[in-house]
Design a protein around this ligand. Sequence first.
Ligand SMILES: [Zn+2]
Length: 237
Amino acid sequence: MLHSLGFIAATDGNLSVRLDEDRILVTPTGMSKGMMTPSDLVVVDVQGRKLKGKRQVTSEIGMHLLIYHMRPDIRGIVHAHPRTATGFAAAGMALNQPLVCEVVIGLGLIPLAPYGTPGTPELAATLKPLIPQYDAILMANHGVVTYGSDLQSAYMKMETVEHFAQIALVTHVLGQQKPLECEDLEKLVAARARYLGVNSAAPMPVYAGINEESSQESSLRARTNHHRRGNAFQREN
Ligand SMILES: [Zn+2]
C-alpha cells in the first residue's frame, strides 16, 4: 500500500512489528517494499541482532528499537517518504496548526524533528524528545515515522499525515488558514476517549512543542494564553 500510493520510491522506507518481548520482525535493507515477500523479512532481538532471515536488516533499525524501547504500548512502526508531508519536512515546517478536527483527535499535531543522518544513531537521537509525546513525527529533510498499537494503526497514521499535509498545502495555496479555536480544541481533546481508533499512550498535546509543558491540560492552558496574546500557531523550527 505504501508503494502503490507513492509514499516510497525505489528501496525507501522500512516497517517493523513487535512479535513479543524479545523479537522484532522488520523489513530488509536495499529492497523495494512493493516487491518484497514474507521470506525477505528479518527477525532481530531488542538489541538489533539478527535472529532469523537471509537478508540484512534495515539500516534504520536503531530508530525502530528506540521507539519500542521508549513506548511499551507500540507494536508496529512505519517509516516512509510521502511527497507532501516530506515536502513540509524539507521546508522546515511542522504540521502543527489545528486545521482539521480529525487530526487533532487522532494525532494532536505533527511535530518536526531536526535533521539527523540516516542509518546513524544521530537520526534516532533527533526523535528521542518527541517519541513519548506523539505518534507521528516529521523528520527534517527526510520523511515521516508513525507508530501504533499494531502495524495497521501505524500505517493508518501515515495515511492521515500525508492527507493532512495535502490539505495544509491547499490552505497555503489559497493563502489563508483558519485554525480551530481553543474552546473547540479542548472539546476535541476531551472527545479522544470516545474514539476507538485513538488508543495511544502519548498525550499528543495540541500546542506544546518539545520544550513546552507536557500534560494535555497545561498545554491547552498555555495554548489558550498564547492565543489570547495573539501569538498562537507559530511555526515550529
Ligand atoms: Zn527514510
